[in-house]
Design a protein around this ligand. Sequence first.
Ligand SMILES: Cc1cc2nc3c(=O)[nH]c(=O)nc-3n(C[C@H](O)[C@H](O)[C@H](O)COP(=O)(O)OP(=O)(O)OC[C@H]3O[C@@H](n4cnc5c(N)ncnc54)[C@H](O)[C@@H]3O)c2cc1C
Length: 309
Amino acid sequence: MNTDCWLLVTADGWGGAFRIARALPGRLTAVVIGPRLLAEQVAAAGPDEVRWTDPGPVPAEAWGAALAGAAADAQPGVVLSTTDPAARVLLGAVAGRMHARLVPAAVALAVEDDRLLVRRAAVGGETIETLRCTGPVAVTYGGDDVAAASGAAAPVTPVELAAAPLAVIASEPLAVASGLEDADRVVSFGRGVRARDDVSLVQGLAAALGAELACSMPIADDLGWLDKSRYVGRSGNQISPALYLAVGIGGAPQHMEGVRGARVVAAVNNDPEARIFRTADYGIVGDLYDVVPELTKAVRNLPSKELEQ
Ligand SMILES: Cc1cc2nc3c(=O)[nH]c(=O)nc-3n(C[C@H](O)[C@H](O)[C@H](O)COP(=O)(O)OP(=O)(O)OC[C@H]3O[C@@H](n4cnc5c(N)ncnc54)[C@H](O)[C@@H]3O)c2cc1C
């Protein structure tokens, strides 16, 4: 079994994927399409090699065909992508070219009897199933993000790409009419909310606080649980409320760019190491399914004068 692995990285949040890739006995090549700093951070975690290119203003996905060609030449046994949308698009291109089996939502990789075993989340995250795979496999990471431990730093090899396959010729901010831009309070939720039906929990808290409801990008873009005009971040709304309360949001830099102007950022997250706690002014470490109903009750019991302040 060929356990050489390519890890595709286009943004922060690669620590969890790196950890499961490193567990394989083969050579680990990190392919970074992003800024040099990102490549250096990945290199410091200790892959065997980093191949890096900076796409500049061109979307990383535009290099799908070139990357797929390089992967077909190198023939890694496993290609793993992080969870961010660009990396997943690149993975699809590579998998198609290599005729690799696509396995989503992996949480662990191992080799047993010369076969690759992929443990992955199934049934909406309620079950972990183990798949035995033959031939090249393309895998998306499905676990939580974790900080990568540092290892023996790997060399960063710049990869020259002949010519940008696309050029950005105009960039205009979208006119957003969600009401978020003027909101004094915003309650926002992310993938910590497990099901569409559970959105009502967060909605209840927003209503109690007299806040607008917002979300992280995957909630609107991938899951469609809120309108796209309601997500916050680099590619969505940049807002400046007096209070931004983030529920079950990891705190990726692309998300936090949208709330730089917030006066107070508070977060509820069950992972004490969650990135959002690095920037939040206040944090509650706890399961949102316990914390949000309690908070809602507490807010509802506040005298209205206090709530107005
Ligand atoms: C070019 C580019 C642009 C992007 N632009 C944006 C953007 O504008 N906006 C944006 O949001 N993202 C953007 N992203 C995506 C971004 O990188 C992250 O992938 C995304 O923000 C993650 O969303 P999340 O925090 O909801 O999910 P996750 O990162 O999966 O975080 C979920 C969090 O919920 C917590 N959690 C899980 N269960 C519970 C529970 N029961 N109780 C409490 N907490 C729980 C977890 O600990 C975790 O921290 C962009 C990415 C790229 C590459």
